[in-house]
Design a protein around this ligand. Structure first.
Ligand code: UDP
Ligand code: MG
Length: 316
């Protein structure tokens, strides 16, 4: 069989070489597997690309794609998946948080017939805030969306060709891959690994990025927020109708008097707030439609190991 290992790298000059050593070492346990390692440089600003060039020159099993700017991990993963030629593809992070020693076990499970082997990490060693945030994220997501997401199951997984092709057949611009992976289904198995702390550099996930990510997850998989807006609107209309009936009856019975200022202000502000929220929800979906209809590519390629001549400074 042929195995592709896809590694998105963004400013990982400090870890790519070590990662490559560790991966090669782990794969040496599988002499009957034909290996290809696809690195995707996601517009790094440090020496990542230079390191990848060196790796590719030294090891024929290495290929790399360098994107024209930072397109984000989702786009980098997509670029890697599109390039991978293996019967099975493993996606892993460059920062050694996804231990390559899991590879033989994952390949063994693939050989037993599984199409998705998820390496799920436990949260030991995580910062408390981060852990609570992740937990609530998964609780919230699973409550909202139609696909099930597993806490700690990130992008470290092995996909069979069947699963990879299914992922590649989804052309959407807003890619929430945790959801996509779960959406495609197929025979799936979960293996556990311990949480490794990042060896070098720092995580690119700030709290606000995580928050936006959670938001993406909520909006990417169904239109339940819109549904909720409709129900909320109908509920408020009913209350308003009931109240109106009562006010009119009261006025007919007792005559009109001026008070009611509080009620008016409260309802104007309250309804205004609700309307703005609902508009915001609708706007989010329209924004998504806007991006989808533009049909822009997910990423642009600046350089690959075959495409060096045209782009490298040496040829100018
Ligand atoms: N990454 C990427 N593009 C980005 C951000 C991250 O390709 O814009 C890569 C990064 O190099 C690493 C992986 O995605 O290999 C995970 O990133 P990170 O370690 O920052 O995330 P965390 O492990 O904290 O979830
Ligand atoms: Mg990491």
């Amino acid at each position: 069989m042929r195995l592709s290992v896809v590694v998105p790298c963004f400013n990982e000059e400090a870890s790519v070489e070590r990662l490559h050593e560790t991966v090669s070492l782990a794969l040496a346990e599988l002499p009957d597997v034909d290996v290809e390692v696809v690195y995707v440089d996601d517009g790094s600003q440090d020496g990542t690309l230079a390191a990848l060039r060196r790796l590719a020159a030294a090891d024929p099993a290495v290929c790399y794609t360098s994107l024209s700017r930072n397109f984000g991990k989702e786009a980098a993963m997509l670029a890697g998946l599109q390039r991978a030629t293996g019967d099975a593809v493993v996606i892993m992070d460059a920062d050694l948080q996804h231990p390559p020693r899991m590879l033989p076990e994952m390949v063994a499970l693939y050989r037993q017939g599984f199409d998705q082997v998820i390496a799920r990490r436990d949260r030991r060693g995580d910062r408390f805030v981060r852990m609570v945030a992740s937990r609530s994220f998964y609780r919230m997501i699973n409550w909202w969306i139609d696909v099930r997401l597993l806490d700690g199951a990130g992008d470290f997984r092995l996909l069979s060709r069947l699963a990879v092709d299914a992922i590649l057949a989804m052309p959407e611009y807003n890619r929430f891959s945790k959801g996509l992976f779960s959406w495609i289904g197929f025979r799936t198995v979960v293996v556990a690994h311990h949480n490794e702390t990042r060896q070098t550099g720092r995580s690119r996930w700030s709290f606000s990025k995580l928050f936006n990510y959670a938001f993406d997850g909520l909006l990417s998989f169904n239109n339940r927020p819109l549904r909720l807006a409709i129900y909320g609107g109908m509920f408020l209309t009913l209350i308003a109708l009931a109240y109106m009936t009562w006010v009119v009856a009261d006025a007919v019975e007792k005559g009109i008097d001026v008070p009611g200022y509080t009620t008016i202000i409260v309802s104007v502000i309250g309804l205004g707030g609700i309307q703005m929220t609902i508009l915001g929800v609708i706007g989010e979906y329209i924004g998504r439609i806007y991006y989808e209809t533009k049909r822009r590519p997910h990423y642009l390629v600046q350089e690959t190991e075959h495409l060096v001549a045209e782009t490298s400074d040496a040829s100018r």
